[in-house]
Design a protein around this ligand. Structure first.
Ligand SMILES: *Cc1c(COP(=O)(O)O)cnc(C)c1O
Length: 395
């Protein structure tokens, strides 16, 4: 059966160049980077090369990069690791309503343990207002955590402006950039970011590896104690093959960014316009044009269930998502769509396609050919749609 993968915001395939390089560090250059012998030294050298590659993609220095087991751990380290020392200054934290669960749940955990949390709402496109954030700042605000680009609807937040605000008020600023890395230019200095989360498997690197950028001078208390790796901030023998693969993926992403963005934007607009032309009662979720990630398509298709759509698409080999991969499986509608003001019923009929470097126009044509048929079939079973048809006929 033909298979079309349109779920790159959940994860991406590992680039073959990355996989080949990683294999060397599993089977030949397998030394522990802490060892003093030549095996250790060659692993250590490659590890530091990877640190350079990650740093370069976000315009940081290699000393400011801490490798972690992924985006989730980096988000946890950024938040839990800084509030510990900032506690003396205050207990107020600001985040947004559309954050990834790795940030939201961590902030909510702190809110249950002596901290105070303000969750900033978004507008109907999933965008934050800098003014709303300014108003939420208090004298005891110690940390703000805001994502660069949203994983569900692709909204790109005004990070540089928020960073300026944070700097003016002396507030530590964390940004989850897992979805924007390799898709949008990132400069931690221009954006005034103190802590920035990135992950390997969303950029054609391996799963289970990520990093936290920590600006020089910002203190983070470790979550994992042990042998003192990563300058004592994240103990545990480094996942050298993973980290080296992640570094390579960053290098490739930097080289390909403009080309990938051009390609994906073209496919994105073809898919959005095609759906709007072929299917009635469809709402596009998220911003348009420049404020949307080049690879994100999110639509609410009325009178159908998102889960049914997903299953029907899957039977035709088309892989999409009905929200974030972590929450699919539960029947709660996406917190992001609800925060954008969508009612439950419409949020339930939503579908995310996230495009990647290897997708082709022909694959989009296949989806545009199949999706209307699926929707038509599912709508025929919907009593609500039946009513709509009757009203239409009566007019
Ligand atoms: C995927 C993702 C994460 C989690 O990263 P993992 O490496 O899968 O733990 C965090 N934030 C965002 C925005 C993501 O899309």
């Amino acid at each position: 059966m033909r298979r079309v993968y349109l779920d790159h915001s959940a994860t991406t395939p590992v680039d073959s160049e990355v996989a080949t390089l990683m294999m060397t560090y599993y089977t030949e250059k397998y030394g522990n980077p802490s060892s003093v012998h030549s095996f250790g030294r060659e692993a250590k050298q490659a590890l530091e090369e990877a640190r350079n590659q990650v740093a370069e993609l976000i315009r940081a220095t290699p000393q400011e990069i801490i490798f972690t087991s992924g985006g989730t751990e980096a988000d946890n380290l950024a938040i839990l690791g800084t509030v510990e020392t900032l506690r003396k200054k205050g207990k107020h934290i600001i985040t947004s309503a559309v954050e990834h669960h790795a940030v939201l749940e961590t902030c909510e955990y702190l809110a249950k343990n002596g901290f105070e949390l303000t969750v900033i709402p978004v507008d109907e496109e999933g965008l934050l207002s800098v003014e709303d954030i300014r108003k939420a700042i208090r004298p005891d605000t110690i940390l703000m955590s805001v994502m660069h680009a949203n994983n569900e609807v692709g909204s790109i937040q005004p990070i540089a402006e928020i960073g300026k605000l944070a700097k003016e008020h002396g507030i530590t600023f964390h940004v989850d950039a897992v979805q924007s890395l390799g898709k949008l230019p990132i400069d931690v200095n221009e954006m005034n970011v103190d802590l920035l989360t990135v992950s390997g498997h969303k950029i054609y690197g391996p799963k289970g590896v990520g990093a936290l950028y920590v600006r020089k001078g910002i203190r983070v208390v470790p979550l994992v104690h042990g042998g003192g790796q990563e300058k004592r901030r994240r103990s545990g023998t480094e996942n050298t093959p993973g980290i080296i693969g992640f570094g390579k993926a960053c290098q490739l992403a930097g080289q390909r960014m403009a080309e990938d963005a051009r390609h994906e934007t073209k496919l994105r607009d073809k898919l959005i316009n095609g759906i709007l032309q072929r299917i009635e009662y469809v709402k596009v979720n998220g911003p348009s044009g420049e404020k949307r990630l080049p690879n994100n398509v999110n639509v609410s298709i009325r009178f159908v269930e998102g889960e049914s759509l997903l299953l029907s698409l899957d039977m035709l080999g088309i892989a999409a998502s009905s929200g974030s991969a972590c929450t699919s499986g539960s029947l709660d509608p996406s917190h992001v769509l609800l925060a954008m003001g969508l009612v439950h019923e419409i949020a339930h009929g939503s579908l995310r396609f996230s495009l990647g470097r290897q997708n082709t126009e022909e694959e989009i044509d296949y989806v545009l050919d199949q999706l209307p048929k699926i929707v038509e079939r599912l709508r025929m079973m919907s009593p609500l749609y039946d009513q709509v048809l009757r009203i239409k006929q009566a007019q």
